[in-house]
Design a protein around this ligand. Structure first.
Ligand code: FAD
Length: 324
């Protein structure tokens, strides 16, 4: 079996029905053995309590897995952001994905509401709060570069940031995107997570440019496995990424739901393989709070074995920990 770190992105539940299903889905995903699970955060703090509830659930029921809280800073005062970071750390979260968040619709492109104008500034603030609580030092843990442990080796802090293989939509140039990554590194970020990727070459081009400019932290490529034409269209619109034409055509031409699902899993697995074979340090899967398709992608790539996959998706799954 291939051994490469993988991780999952979750969202706060958007309906009571999903909220009821989420613990079971999280248990299945965690039992696959991810490096960490991240939980998204609504820009402006709109989902703060809901995000924290998901994180607390994982911390309480699955203490073996590291949690990563996405945090945004757009529209926030320094004091409010400080209090939020502290609240999350007090709840037991020690890894963050610091993103700026999108400006409210209709805002002028150069408007920066709030005190914290960029993700890099939020990274600095997270480090500052961490230092107030407990001074940290960087240690090398084989396979997980840049992970932070506190003086007693107990707490870990990783601060991830967003990276955009095709540039951020508001960026004036490719160079500005690379400069932004350098600023995030200078602020103390130690991991990058990419915007969702549909073409492996886009990721490698960005990583090569970032390395050439001096960005040293690992950058995880992220994939959203999609299995319907509508899902693909929605994700392309959200990310602004260019369509994978042959995959889009194959999905659109297939009317059978099960075969369409296979096309989606095949595409995501093939992309994951290309990324890992080309040297990506791991893979981050946007789950959209589903378990079956992301787990099928991992099984197809050989990151979990087929027997374990069958257990993880079985109706009578009991939440057992992964078999070594
Ligand atoms: P920044 O890096 O601060 O800035 C983005 C771009 O703006 C830069 O690339 C640069 O071109 C430009 N820029 C930055 N600073 C300046 C400056 N001083 N002057 C001029 N231009 C500047 N959003 C959410 O709301 N919640 C989430 O949970 C969430 N999770 C995400 C996870 C990932 C992996 C990714 C890739 C994105 C996520 N986002 C999330 C979306 C993110 O908030 C938006 O893409 C946002 O527009 C940019 O965030 P950033 O952290 O890249 O911002």
């Amino acid at each position: 079996m291939r051994r490469v770190p993988f991780s999952f992105e979750l969202h706060p539940a958007r309906s009571p029905q999903i909220a009821r299903q989420l613990p079971d889905r999280i248990a299945r995903l965690v039992a696959a053995g991810p490096e960490f699970v991240s939980v998204t955060y609504g820009a402006g703090g709109s989902s703060q309590d809901a995000s924290l509830d998901v994180l607390k659930h994982v911390i309480e029921h699955h203490p073996q897995v590291r949690t990563m809280a996405h945090l945004t800073c757009v529209g926030s005062t320094v004091q409010a952001a400080h209090d939020t970071v502290r609240t999350f750390m007090d709840a037991g979260v020690h890894s963050f994905l610091a993103v700026r968040g999108d400006l409210p619709a209709g805002s002028p492109p150069d408007a920066f509401p709030g005190d914290i104008r960029s993700a890099a500034e939020l990274v600095q603030l997270i480090h500052a709060v961490q230092s107030e609580r407990r001074p940290w030092r960087e240690v090398a843990i084989p396979g997980t570069p840049g992970i932070m442990l506190d003086r007693d080796g107990r707490e870990r802090i990783a601060i991830a940031v967003a990276a955009f293989p095709n540039g951020h939509p508001s960026s004036r140039s490719w160079q500005q995107d690379i400069d932004t990554l350098l600023a995030k590194q200078a602020a103390g970020a130690n991991l990058g997570i990419s915007q969702m990727i549909f073409h492996a070459d886009d990721y490698f081009r960005m990583v090569d440019a970032a390395r050439a400019a001096g960005v040293e932290f690992p950058i995880l490529p992220a994939i959203t496995p999609v299995t319907t034409p509508a899902g693909l269209a929605r994700n392309l619109e959200l990310s602004g990424e260019r369509a994978p034409e042959a995959f889009a055509a194959a999905l659109a031409a297939e009317q059978n739901e099960a075969r369409r699902r296979e096309i989606g899993v095949d595409f995501a697995a093939d992309l994951t393989r290309r990324l890992l074979d080309g040297g990506a340090p791991g893979i981050h899967l946007y789950t959209r709070n589903m378990h079956e398709v992301p787990l099928a992608v991992l099984a197809r790539v050989g990151l979990i074995d087929e027997a374990r996959f069958a257990q993880l998706i079985a109706p009578d799954f009991t939440g057992a920990t992964p078999v070594e």
